[in-house]
Design a protein around this ligand. Structure first.
Ligand code: PMP
Length: 364
């Protein structure tokens, strides 16, 4: 082969031909409201605690990390409560990697992953990377789900793993616990409830964690990337029956979670009250957004997360670009014609409203 091959020269797996690396544009603009991060940075005190912890531990960085991440998993179990402990919790580099472990263990060649659209655009990528067939069923027109719809789709596709995202990304739609429970009563497929945004919900206590004692096929997926303000730390985790955690331990790469990652996450969990302290404010700003966007003359989908889907626009890319030209980055995702905006700080959110008002004058 020639020394500088192009992708087309390489013996790439057939299903990867023509694929592009996934990801929202990472652009250095003032107002970044495109990937549903918590806009409030850790305090100087928490940053100093992280740095001191890493400095103290660095003299042992010649050693591999704890392969089982036991201290971190205990801390995550304590944070979740509901009587969970180490054996119920698994952690990895973002819930992206947690999902890869779940699919590595329970999906793969000849097996099927089912999700309900519109939903998180990474799910088909997890499936592709684990050689899993990916199928979808549409949500109701108002983006809700009910147990009949979910169970019918499981039966139709003979699904092995089912993902219900609540609140859903990119619509913000919650799925009631009663629906989740009715689904669990009707299937032995692995049911993953992706609660990445659960802390932002109007009723965070209505979590599928409460169903764990009753259903061995239930996995609740969480992340430190959103409410916890630790997207840069890359820590996602799940809670489930111990046997499900054992299955994930079989497929994970050894030492998958670095010493730095484990330590930084442990510090963050010690400061949970502070890091989660802005969640109430983000929830209030989200609720205001549900009122302000219609006042500007656009529709918005009722949201239980830290983002809102708004539109519809004849040319959403044009609106996205005009917002970007004004220093405001939102996300082109979800149903055709709609855009998604994350809840920012009060200043960022005001800058978004001002930019959108100008753009709407231009395009309408
Ligand atoms: N699930 C959902 C529904 C998400 O929106 C995201 C992030 N956008 C994730 C999982 C993955 O988050 P992370 O890998 O940062 O934990």
């Amino acid at each position: 082969m020639r020394p500088d091959p192009s992708l087309a020269d390489l013996p790439l797996r057939p299903e990867l031909i023509g694929e592009e690396p996934y990801g929202a544009p990472q652009l250095a603009v003032d107002v970044q409201l495109n990937v549903n991060e918590n806009p409030f940075a850790p305090s100087a005190e928490i940053a100093a605690d992280m740095a001191a912890t890493l400095t103290a531990a660095a003299t042992a960085f010649n050693r591999y990390p704890d392969r089982e991440a036991k201290r971190l998993r205990c801390a995550l179990a304590r944070y979740l409560g509901h009587g969970l402990d180490l054996d119920n919790v698994w952690a990895a580099n973002g819930s992206n990697e947690v999902m890869t472990h779940i699919l590595g263990a329970f999906a793969g060649p000849g097996r099927t992953l089912l999700a309900f659209t519109p939903t998180y655009s990474m799910y088909p990528e997890y499936a592709r990377n684990t050689h899993t067939r990916y199928v979808t069923a549409p949500r109701h027109p108002d983006f809700t789900l009910d147990a009949d719809l979910v169970l019918a789709a499981i039966a139709e596709h003979d699904a092995d793993v089912v993902i219900i995202t609540t609140p859903n990304n990119p619509t913000g739609t919650p799925t009631p616990l009663s629906v989740t429970e009715a689904v669990l009563q009707g299937t032995d497929a692995i049911v993953v409830i992706d609660e990445a945004y659960q802390e932002f919900s109007k009723h965070p206590e209505n979590t599928a964690l409460t169903l764990l004692p009753s259903y061995g096929n239930l996995i609740v997926s969480r992340t430190m990337s959103k409410a916890f303000a630790l997207a840069g730390g890359r820590v996602g985790y799940l809670a489930a029956a111990p046997a499900i955690v054992d299955a994930c331990r079989i497929v994970r790469l050894p030492y998958h979670l670095s010493s730095q990652t484990q330590l930084v996450a442990e510090v963050a969990l010690r400061h949970a009250d502070h890091l989660l302290g802005q969640v109430d404010q983000l929830r209030r700003t989200r609720d205001e957004m549900l009122v302000r966007l219609p006042q500007l003359g656009v529709e918005v989908i009722d949201s239980d997360a830290n983002f809102c889907l708004f539109g519809p626009f004849a040319d959403r890319h044009d609106v996205w670009q005009r917002l970007l030209d004004r220093g405001v980055l939102v996300r082109e995702t979800g149903p055709q014609g709609w855009l998604r905006v994350s809840v920012g700080t009060p200043d960022e959110t005001e800058a978004f409203y001002a930019a959108l008002a100008e753009v709407l004058k231009e395009v309408r």
